[in-house]
Design a protein around this ligand. Structure first.
Ligand SMILES: [Zn+2]
Length: 261
């Protein structure tokens, strides 16, 4: 009988904190997770090893990165706290540490930046999203739901075999059909869980993050190409195939959705 087992990464949510998000370009709330390795059977974690890294995921845009937990004074357990409340509790020095950058963001909003600052901001956004899309970052994972439904399918198949070897022929056919239908339904539900996880992940793809990050600067396609040609191609190879025209189009769509400012 096929038993699926092995090790997988699991993210245990620890709480929330607030910091500057390089995609939202403002103070944002982050989910803080401990990253652990777990032994699994059918992707159901049975035994967890110790924490070997910490991740944070922006509540607003989905950007995530590895962090050193010591950058926060505390981790909040309040699931409802706004960004400013979280900042006061978890990152009290934020305003002082990010003063220069917050001033620059205010000048960007007032369209008072020079060409060098504009180029630096576009480059920074490109590098941040390249880091997000790079190796070691979160990937869509086969989740517990997939494992549970596959186990259910297996259970129905075993029950069908047992039922087929007992009782009269009419009952065997009826029970066989019922269990087969249940097994097929379980496999379909496992597939649904898998697809949903991939769709959820794709919704936070590099195009969307770049569009959000660049929206306040509204670059042209040729400006994006100029940035691409100036950054380290090895460090940003995850973005090599992105089309600058599509990023510009997504920015326009975001502006239309947001309405007149
Ligand atoms: Zn963000």
């Amino acid at each position: 009988m096929l038993v699926i087992f092995g090790y997988k990464l699991v993210h245990k949510r620890m709480g929330r904190a607030a910091d500057f998000c390089p995609v939202c370009c403002e103070l944002s709330p982050f989910d803080i997770c401990a990253v652990r390795q777990a032994f699994h059977v059918y992707w159901i974690p049975l035994w967890r090893k110790g924490t070997f890294a910490h991740d944070e995921v922006c509540d607003n845009c989905g950007f995530s990165r590895h962090i050193n937990l010591s950058k926060y004074e505390a981790i909040s357990r309040n699931p409802q706290a706004a960004a400013s409340e979280l900042q006061a509790e978890t990152n009290p020095d934020f305003r002082a540490r990010w003063k220069e950058r917050l001033d620059l963001e205010a000048r960007i909003r007032n369209r008072r930046i020079n060409p060098d600052e504009r180029k630096a901001m576009l480059t920074e956004g490109w590098m941040a999203v390249a880091e997000y899309a790079g190796p070691g970052q979160p990937r869509p994972r086969v989740n517990v739901g997939v494992g549970l439904w596959l186990l259910a399918a297996l259970g129905f198949l075993i029950a069908m075999v047992i039922a087929a070897s007992s009782g009269n022929l009419r009952n065997q056919l009826l029970i066989g059909r019922i269990f087969t239908a249940c097994a097929v339904l379980s496999v379909l539900l496992a597939g649904y869980c898998l697809v949903r996880e991939f769709v959820r992940f794709r919704s936070k793809n590099s195009y969307d993050l770049l569009a959000k990050c660049f929206e306040r600067l509204a670059p042209t396609a040729s400006e994006i190409e100029a940035i691409r040609s100036q950054v380290d191609p090895q460090a940003t190879k995850q973005l090599a195939k992105l089309k600058s025209e599509r990023i510009v189009k997504l920015i326009e769509q975001r502006k239309i959705r947001a309405g007149p400012t």
